[in-house]
Design a protein around this ligand. Sequence first.
Ligand code: NDP
Ligand code: MG
Length: 385
Amino acid sequence: MSDKKRIAVLGSTGSIGKQTLEVVEAYPDKFEISVLTANNNADLLIDQALKFKPNTVVITNENLHKKVADILWNEGIKTFCGDKALEEVVEMDEIDIVLTALVGFSGLKPTLRAINAGKTIALANKETLVVAGEIVTKLAQEKGVNIYPVDSEHSAIFQCITGEFQNPLEKIYLTASGGPFRGKKANELAQITKAQALKHPNWEMGAKITIDSATLMNKGLEVIEAKWLFNLRRDQIDVIVHPQSIIHSIVQFQDGSMKAQMGLPDMKLPIQYALTYPNRLHTDFKRFNFLNYPQLTFEQPDLNTFRNLQLAYDAMDAGGNLPCILNAANEITVAAFLQDKIGFLDIAKINEKTMQAVSFQKSTSLESLIETDLETRKKALELIH
Ligand code: NDP
Ligand code: MG
């Protein structure tokens, strides 16, 4: 048997998925691809499959199944379609690590199935932990499954605590770029267009997370993600705006010592670390030069203008199904903004109204969260129309 790590990439046609395949391609003796999945981008999925020769691919959009299957059949690659197939494929014996790069709530069920099957998780899909952090982390503990963060801030924290497992964290600082509208006030944001919001200063990412970065929802989701990944209380998680995106996050220990992880922004590094932990592989990524960045600066986030971050803190404090409600509302409002149906400031406004409109439940189960998610989507759509 080869000692290559066999990887399933859920969402291989997205921004993280594509960068994961770049990492895999760079180390053919370390990794191989066993599963690729896509939603709508059949052409790219086919190209990826022809190149990486996975055992199986899944296209969730059932209308595209035939197109993909017709081509990949000749190559001996199995093709399945639909949401159920996406959940089941992660249980395959031929997988060591499942890298979850789906977007939104769609990542939850496949991730739980993968954990249940004992697969190591490299987690990009933060919404999974936002919606069901308690259920996911409890199952991972029961099954002895490790969840390695791909999100750059959480990878930074993970890198800082490696070798420090006996030393409790006093707190962490999640850094935020502040997005394209840092420093602007509400009256300047009312007329923001989709094109402006889709231009992130430091990172190129999928559309949803790019809008989340512009509204600071992304940082809110990351606060909740950090709570579950590192078992922290709210008062141990701080957000600091750092526009240069060089310090990816910071931990502070009980003796007051702080460690930061730094580097030029490139998601391939945290992706790779999640796949190779505790080892590091040589890369030719561009190196940081201090003299190009004579100033690294820090600011308070503006919770009044960027209300989504405050909403995320509120949801985390309340717990129960409130983070799930916020997440579902936000998926709907971001999609509506991307379709020019609502303005930029309406995203947080409707998120907040939806949080108030859907009934709060303190105790949750997977089934109740699925119901909350559906009910919330309906409510948010009503509030939009
Ligand atoms: P993209 O939108 O670029 O890609 C999403 C992927 O998921 C695509 O492969 C898409 O398929 C697939 N997909 C979308 N919806 C569904 C669905 N309902 N069912 C099945 N598959 C689906 O997103 P990103 O790569 O930017 O982000 C992925 C996750 O990683 C998000 O949770 C994000 O928050 C997180 N993340 C991303 C970072 C980044 O730099 N991009 C950084 C840190 C975290 P298709 O394209 O074929 O339709
Ligand atoms: Mg991040």
